[in-house]
Each structure stands twice: as C-alpha cells, then as structure tokens.
Design a protein around this ligand. Structure first.
Ligand code: NAD
Ligand code: DAU
Length: 353
C-alpha cells in the first residue's frame, strides 16, 4: 500500500485512521483525504498531519463522478478506504434521502472508478484481472444485521436485516460492494464494526453528547428505558483492525470487528456522571427512538483467529482516556457546539477554495 484514498477522513473514525496510518506506516507515499466537510467533517481533527508532505486534503463529494475520476487518474491510488457516509441514525429518521444518495450512490461511484482504473483491460467486460496489490475497503457497520434479542452474537453469516434508513443505506452499499466483487472480481473487503468511542467524535453520538451535557450540568436525554445494549470499541482498535484487513484480508471477505464489550446505555451514562462527579438527577428519560435496535453484539472470532487482530483497550482504560481527552480539549468541543469549526476551512484554505 503506497498511495491511498481515504474518504470521509475529516470525520470521527476517518480522522483517527488518517493519523494512525501515517504514524504506523511511515513508508506511505501519499494519503489523499476526500471529504465534503458536511456538518460532521472537521479539519481541526487533522491539525497534527496537515503539514505532513505525504498528506493531501481534497474538499469534494464522493458522488461527484468527474472529481473522483480525476483523483484516480492523477494519483493512481492502489488502496481505497471508504469511511465517508451520513452516519447518525437519528438524522436518518428525519431526513432519509441524503443517506441513500451519499451512502449508496457515493459507494457505487467509488467502486466504478476503482474498477475502471485498476482493471488491466478496462474495456473487456469478461476480464477479472486487476493491477497487483490493489484493494477497496468498505467501512460498514454491525447495524446492517438488525437487532439481537437477549442472547446471540452477530457473525458474518447473520442475515442482513437493517431497521433504520441509516442501516438500510449501509446494507445496500454492502450489497453493491459484494456485487462488484462477484461480477467484476474487484478485490474488496467489507468490515462491519460495532459502536466506536474515543477522541474527536461529534457530540451528537451517545458518549460525547452525555459528556458535554454532564460537564455543563445539562439534562442527559436517555432514550426509552436506557437498557439498549451496544458493544463498544475504542476507535484506535478499529483503526488497527482496518489496517490488519488491508494488509492480510482475503479479497471478497467480510470481517466483523468488535470489542467484546457490551454495555447498556444507562450504565455508560452513570459512569460518565460518576467520572465527572455529577448527580444522577441529571438523567432524563425521553421518548424512545423509533425502531430502536435493542441489542448489538459482535462475534469477532473470524478476524481474531484468521488475521490475528484483537482489541487492545479495556473499556475502563478507553473510557478514562476518552473522558480525559474531552476535558483536555474544551476548545475543540466549543468550536463544534458553536459551529465555529465550519469556518476552519475558509480560514485555512480560503485563498484556494
Ligand atoms: P462521521 O459522521 O463522523 O464522519 C463522516 C465523514 O464523511 C465526515 O467527515 C463528512 O464530512 C464526510 N462525508 C459525508 N458525506 C460525504 C460525501 N457525500 N462526500 C464526501 N465526504 C462526505 O462518521 P464516523 O462515525 O466517523 O463513521 C465513519 C464510517 O464508519 C461510516 O461509514 C459509518 O457508517 C461507519 N461506522 C461508524 C461507527 C461509529 O460508531 N461511529 C461504527 C461502525 C461503522
Ligand atoms: O453500531 C454501529 C453504529 O453505532 C454506527 O454504524 C453508527 O454510525 C453510529 O452512529 C452508532 O449508532 P447508534 O445509534 O448505536 O449510536 P448513538 O450514539 O446514536 O446511540 C447509541 C445508543 O444510545 C443508542 O441505543 C441510542 C442511545 N441514545 C443516543 C443518543 C444520541 C440515547 O439514549 N440518547 C441520546 O441522546
């Protein structure tokens, strides 16, 4: 892997991955970060790498075929890691359409470009030969499997059964990725990950939202009875898993990624209140999310046994570090909450935008 296209690299997981890859693989020649800078994209997540000569930022939309085509032609990528997406379930309930266009059509645009530029005989529809060493990795989610009852785990064989417009769009994208492998032989992997937490997560998601509210002594809105279960994974463990799949994954295979770490939402909320020394009276039960999935839990046997990846963080250590990161970066949180981060692009790139 020498020249890599990362989409959505200004978001939560993407920005952690950009920093992780450039640090872990100094031999990387070029990493191009293609990000539209929607409300979820924040270049302040990437201050550490913005002057790295191996790093290029392109503001653009994955649905823009001409742009994606031009980038493939100019940079001759050998690897694509596709994070860019509309990622928040609650937003997908209010505004489903953009989830379908970004998450499904955007994926298909990238797949088309990869196929055209990587195929040895691009005009031969029967040819399945590709340039040596190329790989397309689709970052998907455990939500495509739907919801679990009290027992059981998601394996890679669990039927796809999405319940929200968000998870339906991610499941659809997965099906398109699968089809490009089956029909055209494109070397792809799909990773399906459980809930991530860690630095730089947008405070619309459970952990940073509750941290922000607790810090400011505001109500903590818990959906329904708060007994929904998620399987939490530190974002750095996720980044390590993605790199492992890029380097060792078998083309065409799906890998589940999870931290063996199931927690009820209310348990997380209480932990945050405890760590910040705030009273439980801040907990406010609110109306449940429509179609709310009750429980997610990943069986990560395939990636641990076949590729040798395992999560390194314990939940205690990961949460402690995460809480500390948010406390140590009040300005980052302030800029996000006030919307000031949206000006960052104009300030940094205004002269060339
Ligand atoms: P995020 O919302 O923090 O970031 C998404 C990024 O994509 C932003 O930088 C945004 O500007 C960019 N983007 C959105 N639409 C775009 C478009 N049309 N063109 C170019 N860029 C665009 O998301 P995240 O939490 O970092 O999630 C990243 C990926 O991982 C997503 O595909 C998501 O489905 C998946 N995932 C997330 C989690 C999680 O817990 N956060 C878990 C499993 C899988
Ligand atoms: O499982 C992976 C998925 O995890 C990713 O694919 C998604 O991109 C990511 O957003 C996340 O989805 P969830 O819906 O699980 O995450 P969220 O942080 O929105 O919610 C976590 C749980 O907390 C969920 O059960 C809903 C609940 N919740 C959330 C919010 C924002 C609340 O009780 N109150 C809240 O205010």
């Amino acid at each position: 892997m020498k020249t890599i296209l990362v989409t959505g690299g200004a978001g939560f997981i993407g920005s952690n991955f950009v920093k992780y890859l450039l640090a872990e693989r100094p031999e990387t020649e070029l990493l191009v970060n293609l990000d539209a800078l929607t409300y979820a994209g924040n270049l302040e997540n990437l201050l550490e790498v913005q002057n790295d000569p191996r790093y290029v930022f392109v503001r653009g939309d994955i649905r823009d075929r001409a742009l994606v085509e031009e980038l493939f032609a100019r940079y001759r990528f050998d690897t694509v890691v596709h994070f860019a997406a509309e990622s928040h379930v609650d937003r997908s309930i209010v505004e489903p359409e953009i989830f379908l266009t970004t998450n499904v059509i955007g994926t298909q645009v990238l797949l088309d470009a990869a196929k055209r530029h990587w195929k040895l005989e691009p005009d031969n529809k029967y040819s399945r030969e590709y340039r040596e060493g190329v790989r397309y990795l689709q970052v998907s989610t455990d939500e495509v499997y739907g919801a679990l009852g009290k027992t059981g785990l998601f394996t890679e064989q669990t039927p796809i059964s999405p319940n929200s417009p968000y998870s339906a769009s991610k499941a659809s994208a997965d099906m398109v990725v699968r089809a490009y492998h089956q029909t055209f032989g494109l070397p792809v992997n799909i990773t399906r990950c459980s809930n991530n937490y860690g630095p730089n997560q947008f405070p619309e998601k459970l952990i940073p939202l509750m941290l922000h509210n607790a810090r400011n002594r505001k109500a903590l809105p818990v959906y329904g009875d708060g007994m929904q279960i998620r399987d939490w994974l530190h974002v750095k463990d996720h980044c390590a898993a993605i790199l492992t799949v890029l380097e060792k994954g078998v083309p065409g295979e799906v890998y589940n990624i999870g931290g063996n770490n199931e927690r009820a939402n209310i348990e997380i909320v209480r932990l945050i209140l405890q760590e910040l020394d705030r009273p439980e009276s801040l907990i406010t039960y609110v109306q449940d999310r429509p179609g709310h999935d009750r429980r997610y839990a990943i069986d990560n046997t395939k990636i641990t046994t076949q590729l040798g990846w395992a999560p390194a963080y314990t939940f205690q250590q990961g949460m402690h570090e995460t809480i500390q990161w948010y406390l140590d970066h009040p300005q980052w949180v302030e800029h996000v909450v006030s919307g000031d981060y949206l000006d960052y692009y104009a300030r940094m790139y205004g002269h060339q935008a």
